[in-house]
Ligand binder design. Structure first.
Ligand SMILES: [Zn+2]
Length: 295
């Protein structure tokens, strides 16, 4: 099961219809909680997401709309008796804020602090890259390696069954039969999370080839001067990012409270997004991971 559960979509000031930021990426057995802003615990209840589903928490930076939900979520996980370890990733310069937030939550949780101070891998398949915001900020990217899908008909025709199948996959060849004879390429999927930032190389690197790209879209194109001043993206810039990256689906979020209607922002992004499908996220939306690309 791979899907994005949108818990909140507001930047800075929550509104009557938008909670602060927050997202849960369900990725096979893992649950990545991204940027839990204030109110995330209750939004999880509204979304039907159990705290026990969270295995990893990723903070892009320590501005409140991206992390003030942390104590509530951690306390809830402790209350629910979560026993599995939970990794918490964040920029190293946010250590003091993170420790303060963690300190007020219940201690009965196997929480492992994983600060990072530069771009690169932070866990298997999970990478960070620096963004360009007013404080140290990193976006995230989850990459599944390319693999191969076995074709049962061809396996049967080649007389390969049972444990021999595993051996063929491990060794790439079994007698006269090569793995490529009984399988087709299965491109790995990619998820990218680009939060508070101006346009920058890090954002482009994270978004590259993403099947699902979540990008902040704080301002409308007409407010580009504000985006510039506060180091955020406009909707059009988010669209351009998706296009340059060849992204499959672009999920816009982190909207300024000045826009009661974000349909114009979606249109501005779509105008520059090329072939990417553009979704303006609403709280509690669920975005299914797009089908695998064909090679
Ligand atoms: Zn923000």
């Amino acid at each position: 099961m791979r899907e994005l559960v949108v818990l909140g979509t507001a930047s800075q000031v929550p509104t009557r219809t938008r909670n602060h930021n927050g997202y849960l990426l369900r990725w096979d057995g893992e649950g990545l909680l991204l940027d839990p802003g204030e109110g995330t615990q209750r939004q999880m209840t509204h979304a039907g997401v159990a705290a026990s589903q969270v295995t990893r928490i990723c903070l892009t930076h320590v501005h409140g709309d991206h992390c003030f939900g942390l104590p509530g979520v951690l306390a809830r996980m402790a209350l629910d008796g979560v026993e599995h370890p939970v990794e918490l990733h964040y920029p190293a310069s946010g250590e003091e804020v993170v420790r303060a937030l963690v300190a007020v939550a219940h201690a009965a949780l196997d929480l492992r602090l994983r600060p990072h101070g530069e771009g690169g891998p932070v866990a298997p398949g999970l990478e960070v890259a620096p963004l360009a915001h007013r404080v140290e900020t990193y976006g995230y990217r989850l990459v599944e390696p390319d693999g191969r899908t076995l074709l049962p008909g061809r396996l049967a025709a080649a007389g390969i069954t049972g444990p021999a199948v595993g051996r063929l996959v491990r060794e790439g060849r079994l007698g006269a039969v090569g793995l490529e004879d009984v399988s087709v390429p299965r491109p790995g999927q990619r998820f990218a999370f680009v939060m508070d930032t101006a346009e920058c190389d890090g954002a482009a690197a994270l978004a590259d080839g993403a099947d699902l790209l979540v990008a902040e879209s704080t301002f409308a194109d007409a407010d580009a001067d504000l985006a510039d001043a506060y180091r955020h993206l406009t909707a059009g810039q988010a669209g351009a990012l998706a296009r340059a990256a060849g992204a499959g689906t672009l999920v816009l979020t982190h909207f300024s409270s000045r826009y009661p209607d974000v349909a114009p922002l979606a249109a501005q992004a779509a105008a520059r997004a090329g072939a990417a499908r553009v979704v303006a996220a609403a709280d509690l939306d669920r975005v299914a991971f797009p089908p695998r690309r064909r090679t």
